[in-house]
Design a protein around this ligand. Structure first.
Ligand SMILES: Nc1ncnc2c1ncn2[C@@H]1O[C@H](COP(=O)(O)OP(=O)(O)OP(=O)(O)O)[C@@H](O)[C@H]1O
Ligand SMILES: [Mg+2]
Length: 788
């Protein structure tokens, strides 16, 4: 029996006892070029959950479900060659367009192999019991080891069992890369093209049709869907996956699901004695899932929902802790990588680091040392994955490595949960992550901070789980076991540490107040007050906290409320076209300007060409316009030549073309929302100033006046006035800020500035800065009221 029910004790991170011993077979073969001390590893194999793989209940005929003996050393255990997935196929996890529905023997055998693999997953043993339990219960909490098959299989079981009727199954994920890659995998398992039977929806990107039955989506997307469909009526089942992450959106979703299920599952009629006799016509099922979950807490939240436990892991993962604390985790990660590269059989390596800077620094070191490897050693291919990187670049990590090459993926915690990166056999965990913490101020103008900190036990187990998806794996933790034991079990829910502005606005549109919602954890009062202050400054709520018509318009835009406010304000200022151009770039996932430290002068020279005296926002607009002119000027050349010319132009000007391409997609979506909201996005400040005129004292028409004002409406909470000492003081907060060196205004003194964000290093720096007339704030209605 694989599915166990609530009475059974469920594994809790960190509760188990693990045996400590030095693994003598793991001699450290230091990379030849390095002088540093070898890193002794301590083997603490078998999961912290205390489930020894050898005693796994999945044993069939005395062997592991995958047919491998758990007692052999890992390098003998491998049956399949590395990259046993079909390397001949160009399809890969993230972007695969056409699943295995092509004709021919190779696609047939691949499809058959995938079906075999499905049957071997631990969860397959409990398929019938699982469906039965979900059929019987409105809400089910499902716990199962990483890789047991929860996310890929449960939705397919529900679909195949007919339990969902004609309804749709939503599977939520905290991260877009998980939603898109899982949809691609499940489409492949269903032998259907991605976007048909199985689709996905993430911000600014959706692949689904009205026939889609399984939709992987970010928790943000489903919360947004509540605005148009408050009962989520097209979904028969909502699977809330990776619920342990407790993202703000997951918590809001859970609170709403609790309300929805009461309404949707209410019997529709009562008989003469007042007893229910007709069941609801469109009932909802909820499944909450994770590998590392405080199941009881979720069960309690849903009034004692049934807890199911899927036992077993398909492939064992050997865990090693470093014997000592590592002072420099980037250096330790590099040494460990080369230790694996020189000592261990083929298999890709996934390294978890806290942020982009560490990723770039480690990439440079690995590339440097890889060049000095003996000629006969395999090549090293580095891929990176982090949230600020274009999603198309992130999914490159899923593509198979070329022959005789070990892929090394450097990732932040966006690769920590849910995903399977084919080929990965080794995980290196630095034990660090970056966490957003919002410092709320009841007076408004709170600050977002992003700090590097130790991960939790739950994260460590999730990271370990990324190895051993296709065969046995190894996880090297760059911290001692004592450090693992000292880690927090799980992280603080995001709702207790993040800005609530956007969520409160969305809830207002649903007629809900965060204070009244039945949340698993309630945010503190100061955060709520701070968010209301910001919304009031933006004009989205009035002084009583009620939603204004402008606020409702703002909520329709899938961007930060401050930028949504600027778009709405641009209507009256007749500059929507330009404001959308700028905000599309600001909302894309990567930076527009590429900084290369050893070419600083060349970069500065190229950047000067776009420089606008008013600051960074108009500078962005200059880039967007110049980029579009390239297309226009190449009108008669072939599409390929045009593409190449644009790419070369971006390279020459140190611009990230991906950002510009992504911005074009975002712009299209924002224009569509404008049309829905009756805002004419074609209205342009350039056209207006050319026709009407708007000469300043210098007699020149300044199109930027209205554009900066529109941005100023959104960024009033991000504004500061010049002080006599040359620094700037926030108008909505007490902080003294400096203009970031990357800004075109960095060496200028202007009376007042607006900025996109603050960054903390040795000072508080304002980034994305424009000059704005001080008089703007004297006419700004909420500020006038505030000062009155
Ligand atoms: N893209 C893929 N390529 C190859 N195998 C895959 C892929 N995606 C999933 N699998 C296989 O399916 C198994 C189950 O994956 P699934 O994502 O359903 O597990 P899970 O229980 O949800 O794990 P987690 O808790 O880590 O999210 C993996 O261990 C792997 O063997
Ligand atoms: Mg999963």
């Amino acid at each position: 029996m694989v599915v166990a029910t609530a009475g059974r004790s469920t594994p809790k991170p960190g509760k188990s006892v693990v045996q400590l011993f030095r693994d003598k077979s793991q001699k450290y073969n230091q990379h030849k070029k390095r002088e540093s001390k070898p890193m002794p590893w301590v083997d603490v194999s078998d999961e912290e959950s205390g489930q020894k793989t050898g005693k796994n209940s999945l044993k069939r005929n005395g062997a592991m479900a995958n047919g491998q003996s758990p007692n052999l050393p890992s390098n003998h255990r491998r049956k399949k060659p590395r990259h046993s997935h079909d390397t001949s196929s160009h399809a890969h996890n993230g972007v695969q367009e056409d699943a295995t529905n092509g004709a021919g023997p190779s696609s047939l055998s691949k499809a058959a192999a995938i079906q075999e693999q499905r049957k071997d997953l631990p969860i397959a043993q409990g398929r019938e019991a699982l469906i039965e339990e979900i059929r019987k219960n409105d809400v089910t909490v499902l716990l199962g080891e990483t890789g047991s098959g929860k996310t890929t299989q449960v939705p397919q079981y529900l679909l195949e069992s007919g339990l969902v009727g004609n309804g749709m199954i939503a599977v939520t994920q905290p991260r877009r890369v998980a939603a898109t890659s899982l949809a691609a995998r499940v489409a492949q398992e269903q032998n259907a093209p991605l976007g048909q039977l199985v689709g996905y929806a993430v911000r600014f990107d959706e692949k689904s049709t009205s026939n889609t039955r399984i939709k992987y989506m970010t928790d943000g997307m489903i919360v947004r869907e509540l605005l148009s469909d408050p009962m989520l009526s097209k979904y028969s089942v909502v699977v809330v996956d990776e619920a342990h992450e407790r993202t703000l959106r997951t918590d809001l979703l859970l609170a709403n699901l609790k309300k929805i299920i009461k309404k949707r599952n209410e019997p529709t009629k009562r008989d003469a004695k007042g007893k229910n006799n007709t069941t609801s016509s469109n009932p909802l099922k909820i499944v909450v899932m994770s590998a590392t979950l405080d199941a009881e807490k979720f069960s309690k939240f849903f009034s004692g929902a049934k807890i199911l436990y899927v036992k077993g892991r398909q492939h064992p993962v050997k865990i090693y802790h470093s014997a000592e604390h590592q002072m420099d985790y980037v250096d330790s990660a590099m040494r460990t990588f080369f230790q694996i590269h020189t000592d261990q059989p083929p298999g890709d390596v996934l390294i978890f680091l806290p942020g982009q800077e560490d990723i770039e620094s480690l990439q440079a070191s690995i590339e440097l040392f890889a060049r000095q490897l003996p000629v006969n050693s395999p090549n090293v291919l580095i891929c990176s994955m982090f949230a600020a990187q274009d999603s198309r670049k992130n999914i490159q990590a899923f593509a198979p490595a070329p022959p005789n090459t070990r892929k090394c993926i450097l990732a932040t915690n966006i690769a920590e949960t849910s995903i399977t990166i084919p080929g990965v056999k080794y995980v290196i965990d630095t034990g660090k992550c970056k966490e957003k913490q919002f410092l709320a101020r009841a007076g408004g103008g709170g600050l977002d901070t992003l700090l590097t900190k130790d991960i939790t036990q739950s994260s460590a187990m999730q990271r370990t789980g990324r190895a051993g998806r296709e065969g046995s794996g190894m996880c090297f933790r760059l911290y001692p076991e004592s450090a693992f034991k000292a880690m927090q079990v799980s992280s603080e829910p995001e709702i207790l540490r993040t800005s609530l502005t956007s969520s409160i606005l969305q809830l207002k549109c649903l007629g809900q107040d965060m204070q009244d919602l039945d949340l698993m954890d309630k945010p503190d009062e100061e955060s709520i007050i701070s968010a209301f202050r910001t919304l009031w400054l933006l004009g989205s709520v009035d002084q009583k906290g009620s939603l204004t018509p402008a606020g409702r318009k703002m909520a329709a835009f899938p961007v930060d409320p401050m930028y949504a406010c600027s778009i709405v304000a641009s209507e009256g200022l007749q500059c929507t076209s330009e404001v959308i151009d700028i905000i599309s770039v600001l909302s894309s996932s990567s930076k527009l300007f590429v900084d290369i430290s050893d070419q600083r002068d060349a970069v500065a020279e190229q950047r000067r060409k776009f420089r606008h005296p008013s600051g960074d926002h108009m500078t962005i607009l200059n880039v967007v316009r110049a980029y579009e002119e390239i297309s226009a000027s190449n009108g008669t050349t072939s599409a390929n030549k045009n593409k190449a010319a644009k790419r070369e132009w971006c390279r020459k000007h140190f611009l990230n073309e991906r950002t510009l391409l992504e911005a074009q997609e975002i712009r299209n979506q924002l224009r569509t929302v404008c049309e829905r909201e009756n805002i004419n996005w074609t209205v342009s400040a350039l056209k207006k100033t050319a026709v009407v005129g708007g000469a300043k004292e210098d007699g020149v028409i300044h199109e930027e006046d209205s554009i900066i004002k529109a941005l100023g409406h959104g960024l009033t909470g991000n504004a500061a006035f010049l002080q006599p000492d040359g620094t700037y003081k926030q108008i909505m907060g007490p902080s003294i800020v400096k203009i970031h060196p990357s800004s075109v205004l960095c060496d200028k003194k202007v009376a007042a500035i607006i900025y996109d964000e603050l960054v903390f290093t040795n000072h508080i720096y304002a980034r994305g800065v424009s000059s704005i007339p001080k008089s703007f704030f004297a006419t700004h209605e909420p500020l006038k009221q505030r000062h009155a």
